[in-house]
Design a protein around this ligand. Structure first.
Ligand SMILES: NC(=O)c1ccc[n+]([C@@H]2O[C@H](COP(=O)([O-])OP(=O)(O)OC[C@H]3O[C@@H](n4cnc5c(N)ncnc54)[C@H](OP(=O)(O)O)[C@@H]3O)[C@@H](O)[C@H]2O)c1
Length: 315
């Protein structure tokens, strides 16, 4: 396989860390643009990883970071903004994507892999879904000679995810979990499969100018996922599905809690089921893993070992 020089924007996050590790394992030269002072420990230990620190909204910084790169991977995305008027989403998704596309062209980068989200839609119910769609439009219409590919995953699980792990920590603390949009459906996709899709796109020119929905093989409601997490942790919890008026109120109140565990915009995104309408993995000749095979490898193992030890003592 040809050794490529690859620059990631947003490469320090959950998906970026796994992708960087796989790219380095495959022998590519990896550069990460970050606003942070230091890389997360998982990235810092990767041999040969190069860091460009600074503000990615500065065209000059991106142009410098993209110089002599074969590929740019754009992963930046936010689930919540500081304010509530959508301008934070607009900036992080649309403005930054425009900067990335324009810097790719200026630096003559031939290839761009762009991370979007499932059911990104300019008419979607949330700022998140609308601005993700507007960013896709920038990639499709403004990339010129840069060969792009877009990925649209459902929610992604894996060691260090913020979805399964968030419910795990809520269940540890709350005997009763009031759950908005409990019947919303998801087809969670494993981080290793998302990484495999990106790696495939690097090798296969048929992926150029294509968009891939990425879903796992099983569909769950949010309630089923929360129950499953509780089961893995050995916790009996009461999950109360909220009617939409109460879910909306819960989200409106949580808008003001630091970190926004659930925001009004999240609630609106949850009104669209996160399940695929086409099989992107099949088009990539990949078979995604089932959630039930993967999540027990990183969640609840300690609790299960303790239960087994207690059971052995009582025999
Ligand atoms: N995780 C999922 O379940 C999931 C599902 C569907 C789609 N996606 C999409 O996949 C991409 C990566 O997701 P992830 O879970 O890896 O996200 P993440 O862990 O939050 O990482 C995103 C990275 O983007 C950078 N970033 C965050 N806010 C930014 C801002 N306002 N301006 C510029 N850079 C910013 C950060 O890098 P620095 O701080 O180093 O600059 C951060 O490490 C996103 O586009 C997301 O929408 C994720």
């Amino acid at each position: 396989m040809k050794r490529l020089s690859i620059c990631l924007v947003g490469g320090s996050g959950f998906i970026g860390q796994a992708l960087c590790a796989a790219l380095i394992r495959d022998g590519h030269a990896v550069r990460v643009v970050t606003r942070g002072m230091r890389l997360p420990p998982n990235l810092a230990v990767l041999p040969g990883i190069e860091v460009v620190r600074g503000n990615p909204y500065r065209a000059a910084l991106l142009r410098m970071a993209f110089a002599k790169q074969d590929v740019v991977i754009h992963l930046v995305g936010i689930l919540n903004e500081a304010g509530r008027d959508g301008s934070g989403f607009e900036r992080a998704h649309v403005t930054l994507t425009r900067e990335v596309v324009s810097a790719c062209r200026a630096a003559h980068v031939p290839r761009l892999l762009h991370m979007s989200a499932l059911h990104a839609n300019e008419q979607g119910p949330s700022h998140y879904l609308r601005t993700k769609a507007l960013a896709e439009r920038v990639v499709r219409e403004e990339s010129g000679e840069v060969a792009w590919t877009i990925f649209q995953p459902s929610v992604v699980f894996g060691r260090g995810d913020s979805f399964i792990n968030r419910f795990a920590s809520l269940l540890q603390w709350l005997p009763v979990l009031p759950l908005a949009r409990a019947e919303a459906r998801f087809a969670p996709v494993g981080i290793d499969d998302v990484v495999a899709a990106f790696l495939r796109a690097l090798q296969d020119p048929k992926t150029i100018h294509e968009t891939y929905q990425l879903c796992g093989p099983e569909v769950f409601t949010l309630r089923q996922l929360v129950h499953y997490v509780g089961q893995l942790l050995g916790l009996r919890r009461w999950v109360v599905g909220l009617p939409d008026w109460a879910g909306r109120l819960q989200a409106a109140l949580l808008d003001f809690v630091p970190g926004k565990p659930l925001s009004s915009d999240n609630f609106k995104s949850l009104t669209v089921d996160s399940v695929c309408t086409e099989n992107g993995f099949a088009r990539l000749n990949l078979v995604p893993a089932a959630l039930r095979e993967v999540v027990p490898t990183y969640l609840g193992a300690a609790q299960r070992a303790a239960r087994l030890a207690r059971w052995r003592q009582t025999r």
